[in-house]
Design a protein. Structure first.
Length: 255
């Protein structure tokens, strides 16, 4: 999963841009064929120190997360964030709310798709998650926390879909967090980055990852904060199951 994340981040660094200003090969990036080609670059026995973006062209600050659902089946997944620190520090006179400062996440390289331009939306990390199954809502969820969001999304979904954990267990399980990748703001991964793991991950696993060339580190924070509402059917009736983990303040409540 760490090696797959490196490849995805390389593509994100190259192709992420405001679609009103750049032609993004989204269909190619999401295609099974492209995924198969990128997967071939992963060596399960060795950590990659540098990765390049692929060619998916086809022939043709502090953050809050919340989700809610009602008795008619409507569901909402929402993330709000001012980005770095307290955002821009500019408060609307008489109203009291502050503007964000996500304009920081442009690239200043004139050749980059995410280069700064007037009226253009920058790269950002706000990613409220929502999963559909058989064209019906399956789960509204989110893992707030900067670049941990997409990494955490994959981990909590893998915990449920591949390992059979329930919606609460999926968020409580220990996580890993990889940093030091290529970024849409111009930074380049040069030494493979590093992987932080929570204490619940066995040291035997950490040792094996080190043997593969991963720079392994330990940290007590930075693994995001997860909440979710999952839709289950019981005797033909729709039932909501809520979850909120202990890494951040939050709760699951019915009404």
């Amino acid at each position: 999963m760490i090696e797959a994340k490196k490849l995805v981040w390389a593509d994100r660094a190259k192709f992420y841009a405001d679609p009103a200003f750049a032609k993004i090969p989204l269909a190619g990036l999401l295609s099974k064929k492209y995924a198969e080609e990128r997967r071939k670059l992963i060596d399960p026995n060795r950590a990659a120190k540098q990765v390049e973006a692929g060619n998916p062209a086809l022939d043709h600050g502090d953050t809050i997360y919340l989700c809610t659902a009602d008795d008619e089946g409507n569901m909402v997944s929402l993330i709000q964030s001012n980005y770095r620190g307290m955002g821009s520090g500019i408060v609307v006179p008489g109203l009291g709310f502050m503007f964000q400062d996500r304009g920081e996440l442009f690239s200043m390289d004139p050749e980059h798709a995410n280069v700064y331009a007037r009226g253009k939306r920058p790269f950002h990390t706000i990613i409220p998650g929502f999963v559909m199954k058989d064209v019906k809502p399956w789960e509204a969820f989110g893992v707030m926390g900067g670049d941990m969001q997409p990494q955490g999304h994959v981990q909590v979904l893998t915990n449920q879909i591949d390992f059979g954990l329930n919606v609460q267990e999926a968020g409580d399980a220990s996580r890993w967090h990889h940093e030091g990748d290529n970024e849409p703001t111009g930074e380049t991964m040069e030494n493979g980055g590093y992987v932080e793991v929570e204490s619940g991950i066995p040291y035997e696993t950490v040792r094996e990852l080190r043997k593969k060339g991963h720079d392994m580190r330990f940290d007590v924070g930075g693994y995001g904060g997860y909440q979710a509402i999952k839709v289950e059917m019981h005797n033909g009736q729709r039932v909501y199951v809520g979850a909120s983990e202990s890494r951040k303040d939050g709760m699951a409540a019915g009404y």
